[in-house]
Design a protein around this ligand. Structure first.
Ligand SMILES: *Cc1c(COP(=O)(O)O)cnc(C)c1O
Length: 394
């Protein structure tokens, strides 16, 4: 790290071909939404996901909106969305005029719980939108079976999970289509950017149609549908291609960081790492720890203590039904409990073992303080998950 006095939660490393490719855009003047890097990035990203089509867009939120629109999701429709996710997953459904219907998560990985889905399916349900949360794949076999039984589309939100696999198969290759984000803190970045991937050629054509103002590909200024301008620039794609060239290195470095965390945090009383399912090979997006007791007050106190040591962290996402636009009285006990007890630790390619050691030492002190400040933190009312391999080891 350059600045030894502050460890951020995320920081991209741009030490490959990023600079050379961006300069090529500038020198050639191909800076807008066509050019060789866009084509190359789409082809390479589709191959990376094991699918035949990839459509580059300007961020991960528009990727979701585009995917749902191209599948015909509209007013009156309902889409099953995990309650515990980044707000964009629900917002994309709302942009379509449709309604996100939330399901609770399971306590080991905090991914949406397939056991909770069926109760929320109604005659208006059109799709399930699983999120591979914090880089851990959702249970795609069970979700796909439920979707097939009820004739629903599946759209994977893989914004946090580039390179994760489910039973040996890459995320992004399961649903009708899948979306990714290349925001600055994601596994790979284009600054702002996103991608929709699919194996369905007709769907890919619809995605391209809606991405580019609904322009008829054969007839200039003829627009058969109301489309959007969700295009990615060649400059962003140039950065993305250079990042993708190095993704194995990036993932290996992140896995090393996660392994250092797992080693150093093992056995700290009052803390667990987010778990991992035996059928998953997750990618460490943001290493996530959960206090085994207490609530958001204790968690926030721990975060404040970390910050006082120059270490940034994030609270887990808040359950979406606790956000003003989506308020409801329904309880989602697993999401509510673990969201309040969770925090994300700095996780990025350039982290050194000394950085991780500093975070862990600070966290250890903070937890000890919190135990003193909040003696007898109430035990969880939610069952503890069976301990399995911590995600960070993978
Ligand atoms: C980051 C993220 C998005 C949105 O991506 P942006 O590129 O920031 O628009 C959507 N869903 C999830 C789960 C994310 O983490």
């Amino acid at each position: 790290m350059a600045d030894r006095n502050f460890i951020p939660v995320a920081a991209p490393t741009l030490g490959g071909n990023e600079r050379a490719y961006v300069l090529e855009c500038l020198d050639s003047t191909w800076i807008s939404s066509s050019g060789r890097f866009l084509d190359a990035f789409e082809v390479a990203f589709a191959r990376f996901c094991g699918v035949s089509h990839a459509v580059a867009v300007n961020n991960g939120t528009t990727a979701l909106h585009l995917a749902l629109t191209a599948l015909g999701i509209g007013p009156g429709d309902e889409v099953i969305v995990p309650n515990l996710t980044y707000i964009a997953s629900a917002n994309a459904v709302t942009y379509c005029g449709a309604k996100p219907v939330f399901v609770d998560c399971e306590p080991l990985t905090l991914n949406l719980d397939p056991d909770c889905i069926e109760a929320r399916i109604t005659p208006r349900t059109r799709a399930i939108l699983p999120v591979h949360l914090y880089g851990h794949p959702a249970d795609m076999d069970r979700i796909s079976r439920l979707a097939a039984r009820h004739d629903l589309h599946v759209v994977e939100d893989a914004a946090e999970a580039h390179g994760a696999t489910y039973r040996g198969r890459p995320v992004g290759s399961f649903g009708a289509c899948a979306t990714f984000s290349f925001y600055g803190n994601k596994i790979i970045t284009t600054g702002e950017g996103g991608m929709v991937v699919t194996d369905d050629a007709a769907l890919a054509a619809r995605l391209r149609l809606y991405r580019g103002q609904g322009l008829d590909p054969q007839r200039r200024y003829i627009h058969p549908v109301v489309g959007f301008n969700y295009r990615m620039t060649n400059i962003a794609a140039a950065i993305g291609l250079a990042q993708l060239e190095r993704i194995d290195t990036i993932l290996a470095a992140r896995r090393q960081v996660a392994a250092w965390y797992a080693e150093r945090l093992a056995g700290i009383e009052g803390l667990r790492l987010l778990g991992s399912q035996p059928w998953a090979v997750p990618v460490p997006w943001l290493v996530t720890v959960l206090l085994t007791g207490g609530d958001a007050h204790e968690r926030d106190a721990v975060m404040a203590a970390l910050l006082a040591d120059g270490i940034d962290s994030r609270p887990l996402f808040y359950p979406t039904h606790q956000q003003a636009p989506y308020h409801e009285e329904t309880r989602y006990p697993v999401a509510e409990t673990w969201s309040a007890r969770g925090l994300n630790l700095p996780t990025f390619e350039a982290m050194t073992e000394a950085d991780v050691a500093a975070v862990c030492a600070s966290l250890r002190r903070a937890i000890a303080q919190y135990a003193e400040a909040f003696p007898g933190a109430p035990p969880s009312e939610v069952r503890e998950p069976q301990a399995r391999s911590p995600q960070a080891v993978r």
